[in-house]
Design a protein around this ligand. Structure first.
Ligand SMILES: [Zn+2]
Length: 312
């Protein structure tokens, strides 16, 4: 299914991933605070349109619309019991979008099948693990395993564990994905640029994060959706990751700056323009990032600009 494999491709050239899903769903009419994963079943046309826009912009890898799709995260919307259904549907919508773009998308011209890879997206469950919180690690791991199994059943090529701000939770998610039978697992952490360097919300360092990822068997190590991180900071992070895994694959999905609340319009805006972010892409790749894409606030226009920056 993954032939040529994503890992082989990423070893030979930079692989371009897609941009944000959540902020694009809001642009498409998803109400603030509503459950985006529900659209995999209720508005699959709108989710597919976002996937297609990224593929046509040049993305070779897209993520399913399942960031908050674990039963623990869905419980906030009263949808815990629909976790398997919503994740499977999310994978099917993404796989369908890849098939539909096929020959007309920018991805087609770059060679043999598959036209694009689909990774099943797993985000944080939205709380803290015991002893800091009330959720036991076993419960979280089981929820992530259930989510990963549904994503794989829907046709995802592998699993992405992303935006993790606590390494104990990251471990549960990677382990859950492995137990679900994922052949490819990407692990990505959200760092904050602090006075003492890059840190997770729990104060963990990039070195600790990579050690945890490798210990749990992640195939790709990465960072996404940080706070106070511009493209130069992402390049610094990529360089550190690359030093820790000289022969590995480093994943960077950069958010379009730090979100800012525009009081007059009561909306969250991102200041990172396609041109601004794309200007940092060559340095990001030079620093060691093998798979690059955008996170919150990025759009198909950003990914098109990234493609151009990669000479495509
Ligand atoms: Zn993000």
């Amino acid at each position: 299914m993954t032939s040529p494999s994503l890992l082989d491709a990423a070893r030979s050239r930079p692989v371009l991933a897609d941009g944000a899903m959540g902020t694009q769903l809001q642009e498409a009419g998803l109400a603030a605070g509503a459950c985006g994963e529900l659209w995999n079943v209720e508005r699959p046309d709108r989710v597919a349109a976002i996937h297609r826009a990224y593929l046509e912009a040049g993305a070779e890898l897209i993520l399913t619309n399942t960031f908050g799709g674990s039963r623990l995260a869905l419980a906030r919307h009263g949808l815990a019991e629909r976790a398997a259904e919503l994740n499977r549907a999310g994978a099917e919508v993404a796989v369908g979008a890849v098939g539909a773009v096929g020959a007309v998308g920018a991805v087609e011209v770059r060679g043999p099948a598959p036209q694009a890879w689909v990774l099943g997206d797993i985000g944080p469950f939205g709380g803290l693990l015991a002893p800091l919180g009330e959720t036991e690690p076993d419960e979280a791991q089981a929820a992530f395993e259930e989510q990963a199994a549904a994503l794989l059943a829907g046709g995802a090529h592998g699993i992405l564990v992303e935006t993790m701000t606590a390494l104990d939770e990251l471990r549960c998610a990677v382990r859950g994905a492995r137990r679900a039978g994922a052949k490819l697992v990407v692990a990505s952490v959200a760092f904050d640029a602090t006075r003492v360097g890059f840190r997770t919300m729990m104060g963990e360092t990039p070195d600790q994060a990579v050690a945890a990822m490798l210990e749990e068997g992640a195939d790709v190590v990465g960072a996404n959706c940080g706070s106070r991180l511009d493209m130069a900071a992402y390049a610094d992070l990529a360089r550190r990751f690359r030093a820790l895994v000289p022969d590995g694959i480093v994943w960077i999905k950069a958010n379009a700056g730090t979100p800012r609340l525009e009081i007059a319009n009561a909306r969250v805006v991102y200041d990172g323009t396609p041109a601004n972010l794309a200007a940092g892409v060559p340095a990001l790749v030079d620093a060691g990032a093998s798979i690059v894409g955008g996170c919150c606030g990025t759009t198909p226009a950003h990914i098109r600009a990234f493609a151009r920056a990669l000479g495509r």
